[in-house]
Design a protein around this ligand. Sequence first.
Ligand code: AHR
Length: 493
Amino acid sequence: MKAKIFADRRFPVGPIDEKVYGSFVEHLGRAVYGGMYEPGHPSADEDGFRADVMELVKKLGVTLVRYPGGNFVSGYDWEDGIGPRELRPRRLDLAWSSIETNQVGVAEFQKWAAKVGAAPMMAVNLGTRGVEAARDLTEYCNFPGGTKFSDLRRSHGYEEPFGIKYWCLGNEMDGPWQIGGKTAEEYGRLAAETAKVMKWVDPDSRLVVCGSSNTSMPTFGVWEETVLSHTYDYVDYLSLHSYYGNRSGDTAEFLACSRDMDEFIRTVSAICDSVKQRKHSDRTMFLSFDEWNVWFHSNEQDKQVEKWTVAPPLLEDIYTFEDALVVGCLLITLLRHCDRVKIACLAQLINVIAPIMTETGGRSWAQTIFYPFMHAAAFARGDALNTRVECGSYSAGRYGDTPYVESVATINESDRTVTVLAVNRSADEDAETEFTLGGAGALTKERHIVLENADLKAVNTADDPERVLPRDLPLSEKTVLGARSWNVIRYRY
Ligand code: AHR
């Protein structure tokens, strides 16, 4: 098969916000305890954080981490996780039927995020709580001192405010599974009042209001419209969440699921713009795609997990090479919408539907989906460019006619590099690809990295952590995207 990708330096989609390379750590399963934090582990540092995990997080290139949930936050009392550890209560976590020990809380998370070089994005509880708790938490974290909660922070040994800028106003509040779930009217009003107060405490804070939990929610669309009609003037981002899975075993269809993400972003952008017009606002509502990934492998095994234990092994999806191709297509889709999507979080980061896995007390390793994310975070910087792709297509079940080649081009003026990220979805045909960039003069190809595997179901494990690994192809005149492969092609201009 032949493929042609056309882009032009003069037609950017927009700047890529570095926060699109975000991820997510929830108090869920072994994400925090046995993942991020394990004081007895041989690699643990003076704060009890696993150094092997921090190394992997840095290698992944994560720029922002959302915390502490997720569904967990809707029952969370942030005060349980501050001050002397021995005084912190053990609590029932009703979101995941687990026991929460509160040995890690906001200050420890803040410290860990600084160590891995990521910006923290905190969520406030709008399930069981509301304006008052959000106000107090903002004061504890961000107010310099001389008041009840800022002085409480100082008394805990944190003289300087944390300066947490990004905050989520609750989580998936439309879901019946959510502790304290709400109608769009109830949530819209509460989010507006909470947002007002949080910005009064800290005018530099930037707030994310909850959109629908996914596109199949019965209230999808109406929820966004209603919530924004209450909050448009007070918030900065609207959230989107989406998870994909190959439940039917139809790889061709699964590889096309990024088309659903594309449609989702377009639809929500249109709703935001319609509210903007109705309100005669001059502010554009940006999008925070703060939960996205493949999630389905662990669904059945999770039903067997014992309830009311500390850090049970929940949502431990073991990702295949096929999943890595899907994650690549989803990343490409996010980048193609970088004018609108300014925050995105691969959900999640450690052990729980995660690119990084650990054994409690033992080894850690990178799953297959680690690599497309690592490549995009490292190389797809600067501006994304509008592209036109000419290639064959196929019928991908519910996603309809789908091009074999999914791609995005990015240009970084600061080091004069151009990066093409591309997935070839075809099962049996390589794509001999020609890339034409207007407005940049001659291009020199410098690198072609590929992630491929003859076995779509290949996985990385503690015993075989390098079964699916990217490699550099020898440079040649021709650029060939192998059948079912993820590609990073780097040029200089
Ligand atoms: O990421 C796992 C869960 O998925 C989150 O807690 C929730 O927000 C979503 O439903």
